[in-house]
Each structure stands twice: as structure tokens, then as C-alpha cells.
Design a protein around this ligand. Sequence first.
Ligand SMILES: [Zn+2]
Ligand SMILES: [Zn+2]
Length: 142
Amino acid sequence: MSSKELQVLEDYIQQNNLKITRQRRAVLNAFLECEKHVSAEELYRIVTQKDPKIGLATVYRTLSLLTHSQLASELDFGDGQKRYEHRYMHSHHDHMICTECGKIIEFNHPLIEKFQEEVASRNGFTITSHKLDIFGLCSECR
Ligand SMILES: [Zn+2]
Ligand SMILES: [Zn+2]
């Protein structure tokens, strides 16, 4: 794995008087290898294939650490489980979610970003972050 991400996690963990355990490192590794919007349960299944002793609670706690240290973004598409994706060194994007098969499409449109800024500034509002989730049917489910 990239040592940069491990360094970010270790810095965060040290600042918060926590310990970088072998298990947390294993969860970080599995997360970094996973190029999708993964839920805690999915990541748990991946991690335990390599190390069956890691518990679901450890996966949850490590994902929380990854989110707080900004290595991961937490996503909630309203289907009852949170998902996580890489955040560190990744550019901003929004999501389209198929309500039939659960497919998640990432997109970024400069005009959407620009118009959001325009709407905000017209309201004297400064955007610090935003999420745009579009729900509907994908081309296969339509
Ligand atoms: Zn679909
Ligand atoms: Zn995404």
C-alpha cells in the first residue's frame, strides 16, 4: 500500500493518543485495495478472508478513524447502510444511484459545480462542502 496513507493514519492516531494496531492496519490495507463504495459489512468480509480474527467492531471503529483522518468519505444513500470511498488525493465527485440494482455512478460536471457556487454566492453563502446524490434507474434497469 502507499505509505502516504499509512502516515496520515498514524499521524491522526498519534494526535489522538490511540494506537496503530496490526488489525487497524489490515483494515486500512483492505480499504485501500477496494476501489468501490464499500459498506462496513462488505469490508469486514474482505478483511476476514485474510485475517479471520478481526471483528466487525474493529472494522467499524477503523472506518470511523479513516473518516476522521480524511482518508475516507462516508456516504449515506439512504438504504440503511453507510458506504465508504477513498478521499485522500481523490478529486471531488457526485453520485448517481440506481434504486433498482444499487449501481453507483460517479460523475463530475464543471457547470453543476459552478452553478452551485453561483446560487450560494447569490444567497451570501460560502460553501464548505456539498453532496449531490441523484437517484433513479440505470440504463440496464430502465
Ligand atoms: Zn440498475
Ligand atoms: Zn464515489
